[in-house]
Design a protein around this ligand. Structure first.
Ligand SMILES: C[S@@+](CC[C@H](N)C(=O)[O-])C[C@H]1O[C@@H](n2cnc3c(N)ncnc32)[C@H](O)[C@@H]1O
Length: 292
């Protein structure tokens, strides 16, 4: 298969709610997965961002979607991987509908909602049911799907006839049939180990697929919640320039490790505490990250 030259990668230590250093209307695609509200792993981080309850956590995400909208070009796409949470509050076990809340808040901002994807994760524990076992009615359905919500900024993006970058980015009929079906069952979970513990990384295939579905070669792809940099790797690998924003200094170890493992060349500046810049040597193939 033909592979384009690798795209550049820029890492920014910053806050997804204020994408300083990224000009308005310069990003063609956002592929991201935020910290999920009401998942205990992210409680401390939300607290540090000033959010101590569910509405506050949702506000953090809504502010980030507003910034995504600002930096997107007209017709640019926002793809958000997010899942529901299950957790007790005030003695009551319940679902916290993160995808539904995201859908509403992004739509309220004026982003155009598009048909979404349900990513059904193969589980290692098919018999892990919650609730009252074999007795009705108090057993719970297992949450084994996450969402990839899709939004567009305004009207369709337009291209000149026979646009070379767009033609070079085409996918095959088999890829189209598989990728544009609503339920994805063919993508396994990602490795979760990282220098800061559980990384919450999504699988490389997920990022690669979204990059190829919703951008063309030479575009700029942003992940405002960069984590281990999976989106950046996927974008660069498919000839898109990538920008990643990460707030947690502790995540730099993970980012740096994964960036190096993926063949990004980090400049001296990349190791500093403020602005990280990773350059991918053009023409150098970055190795594929290992899967779970
Ligand atoms: C679910 S993880 C993303 C994982 C990523 N998709 C990957 O494959 O590695 C969310 C990331 O967002 C970061 N984060 C949380 N709040 C942030 C904010 N306000 N600005 C930027 N990054 C933030 C967290 O530190 C975490 O690394």
């Amino acid at each position: 298969m033909r592979r384009p030259p690798l795209g550049s990668v820029r890492l920014i230590h910053g806050d997804a709610r204020k994408l300083n250093g990224i000009a308005s209307g310069t990003v063609h695609l956002v592929v991201t997965s935020p910290p999920y509200p009401m998942i205990p792993q992210w409680d401390g981080l939300f607290r540090a961002l000033g959010a101590t309850d569910y509405p506050g956590m949702l506000r953090v995400l809504a502010d980030a979607w507003a910034e995504c909208q600002r930096v997107l070009v007209p017709g640019g796409i926002l793809a958000v991987n997010i899942g529901d949470a299950l957790r007790s509050a005030d003695g009551e076990f319940r679902l916290w509908p993160n995808p539904a809340e995201t859908f509403v808040s992004a739509t309220r901002l004026g982003l155009v909602p598009l048909p979404y994807i349900l990513w059904k994760k193969p589980t290692n524990r098919p018999n892990a049911f919650l609730g009252s076992g074999f007795l009705p009615p108090n057993a719970y359905v297992t949450l084994d799907c996450e969402y990839v919500l899709l939004f567009r900024k305004g009207k369709l993006r337009r291209f000149p006839t026979h646009d070379a970058a767009r033609l070079a980015s085409r996918f095959s009929r088999e890829e189209r049939d598989r990728w544009f079906s609503q339920v994805w069952t063919d993508i396994r979970g990602a490795r979760q180990d990282s220098p800061r513990g559980r990384s919450a990384a999504f699988p490389p295939e997920l990022a690669e697929r979204l990059v190829r579905m919703f951008s063309v070669e030479g575009d700029t792809v942003l992940d405002p919640f960069a984590g281990t940099g999976t989106t950046l790797w996927a974008a660069s690998r498919w000839g898109r320039d990538a920008i990643g924003v990460e707030w947690d200094r502790g995540a730099y170890g993970a980012l740096e490790a994964s960036a190096l493992a993926r063949g990004f060349t980090l400049s001296a500046r990349a190791r500093g505490p403020k602005g990280m810049k990773a350059r991918v040597g053009r023409g150098v193939r970055s190795p594929r990250p290992r899967r779970a």
